[in-house]
Design a protein around this ligand. Structure first.
Ligand SMILES: [Zn+2]
Length: 319
């Protein structure tokens, strides 16, 4: 009995001590790895990543000569282009690893307008997200009716235009928060077989949600699509800048309009069962420059976007 009380007392003291630690201990270059290439210092987080994960990159010129006219244009990773934005003292961007990428080392390239580039190897680890078999009406699994095929074609065009409209400036002001905290009925990344036929892997997470439950924005963003699509049902697509989008699918009602800027936590609609579903739920997705990433992992990784790694040095605090 005494031992138990001593242990609990010790645990309480430990928790108290932890709460008094200065936050700067945790904030110092949290999670960033730094590498020097030519006259630049490059930071990235995390160190290695899995398919379906984002990579936050920041870099600055550390040479002795004036930086001249050389301007970084974009990031290139696994044959895809990602945005960059200027921040105080440097630049930053966010890249992502597509699902299905084979484990190995890949070059992250920072491309400049004069043709120069910085290269740095990034390790992509293997990860098996598992498999899921679903049964839906045939016309939903593999549509054949001309009007449905026409609608799907039209939807693809709307999505392409919406995704192409991302602003380069990051709107994120705090860590991304999932729109619901209910049970996850289907996790991210599962390979899916619909009525026995292989389809694309699950590009988001499914939350248990009754029809009518309010759905909120996971972060501050601009509404770039708010309409009914064949597969997604009533969909809201938010642009958070730097190529980062969040998607909310199968809604019952949509309560925002294209062009609106919505705040973190603002209601954008209600949960429902529209589109290709087996029952009411919320499908929440995060897409970065065309690459679906695990939304829950991005909740953690989004903290790397709230500050640049050199922030706090030489009196500069906020960019
Ligand atoms: Zn889903």
């Amino acid at each position: 009995m005494n031992k138990k009380i001593t242990f609990l007392f010790f645990l309480l003291m430990l928790l108290l001590a932890a709460s008094f630690l200065p936050s700067s201990i945790w904030a110092e270059n949290e999670g960033f790895v730094s590498v020097s290439r030519l006259d630049y210092e490059i930071f990235h987080a995390p160190e290695n990543l899995r398919p379906g994960q984002a990579l936050v990159v920041a870099f600055r010129y550390r040479g002795t000569k004036p930086v001249a006219d050389q301007q970084p244009l974009m990031l290139n990773f696994i044959d895809r282009k990602f945005f960059l934005e200027p921040v105080a003292g440097g630049w930053r961007g966010v890249a992502a690893v597509p699902l299905g990428t084979v484990a190995g080392s890949y070059q992250l390239l920072i491309k400049f307008d004069d043709g120069a580039e910085l290269a740095l190897p990034i390790t992509v680890l293997a990860h098996d997200y598992g498999e899921q078999r679903l049964t839906v009406p045939d016309e939903m699994a593999t549509p054949v009716r001309p009007e449905n095929l026409q609608k799907i074609k039209q939807d693809r065009k709307s999505l392409r235009l919406a995704y192409a409209s991302s602003g380069s400036d990051l709107l994120l002001e705090r860590v991304v928060r999932p729109p619901l905290s209910t049970t996850i009925t289907s996790p991210f990344g599962r390979r899916r077989l619909l009525n026995g036929k292989p389809k694309s892997p699950h590009g988001g997470v499914d939350y248990k949600a009754a029809v009518g439950v309010p759905i909120v924005a996971a972060a501050k963003g601009r509404v770039v699509l708010a309409e009914e699509l064949y597969y997604s049902g009533n969909l809201v697509l938010l642009d958070h800048g730097l190529g980062i989008f969040t998607l909310y699918m199968h809604l019952d009602e949509i309560s925002c309009r294209c062009g609106d800027v919505v705040d973190f936590g603002q209601i954008i609609g209600t949960a429902g069962s529209s589109g290709r579903v087996t029952g009411p739920h919320l499908h929440w997705g995060v897409k970065i420059a065309g690459v679906f990433v695990d939304p829950l992992r991005f909740v953690t990784d989004s903290k790397h976007l709230l500050r640049v790694p050199w922030e706090g040095e030489d009196g500069k605090s906020k960019f």
